[in-house]
Design a protein. Sequence first.
Length: 260
Amino acid sequence: MGERGWPEVGELVVATVRRITRYGAYVLLDEYGREGLLHNSEISSTWFRNIREFVREGQKVILKVLRVDPGKGHVDLSLRRVSGPERREKLLYWKRSKKAEGLLRSASEKLGVPLGEIQARAGALIEKEFGLYEGLERAAREGAGVLLGLGVPKEMATTLAEVAREKIRRPAVEVKGTLELQCPRPNGVVLIREALTSAKGVKRPQDSQVDVYVVAAPKYRIEVRAENYREAEQVLKESTEAALRSITEAGGQGTFQREK
């Protein structure tokens, strides 16, 4: 996938560890098809004896881009500067992106239409409006009408909805509520966004999902889907507490109203 060019400084990337040397690890950036270096100094904030305590050949890791030099073909990366929530969020995003690509490929095969055409006439529209995986998941729940409303051709929309319904495993239960977040500081919008990111980034069971939507600022709907109500309620509790804690520490205020 080298056609995507080069990653940006500060970006989180998915990488596969290729080889380990005495001074660090060389990795393949999965989303770019390029090699990067994870130097020993960027492995951990604490002293360690063996780099393999943290990374091993063949392992998938989430890294932060520190420096990019296209002229020399160098990408310098960090493991120690990636937080736990950032790691979970990026890995989930990457897994969903791969799943969504597979769904488009399945639709392409069913329709006998080139994958590039599916991506151009459907994928791009879905990505712009919802995010590709989120849009296909929504089509699995609500049907082809969601995609038709975006301008996706009828046959493509119908097939994509069918494929999504077949292959996206949907959690059994859903709980939700409304967060109301306000922050009077000049960068209040950024701080509210960070609070919502905190809500989505809490540690949770693998098959659960947290979605946050803008209702009308300062109100934001938070929806949690999980395999059972006990898990869903626990994730909802931790997500809302994370958001409220984040906005309070930033000098703002917030409330949460659970929906029946």
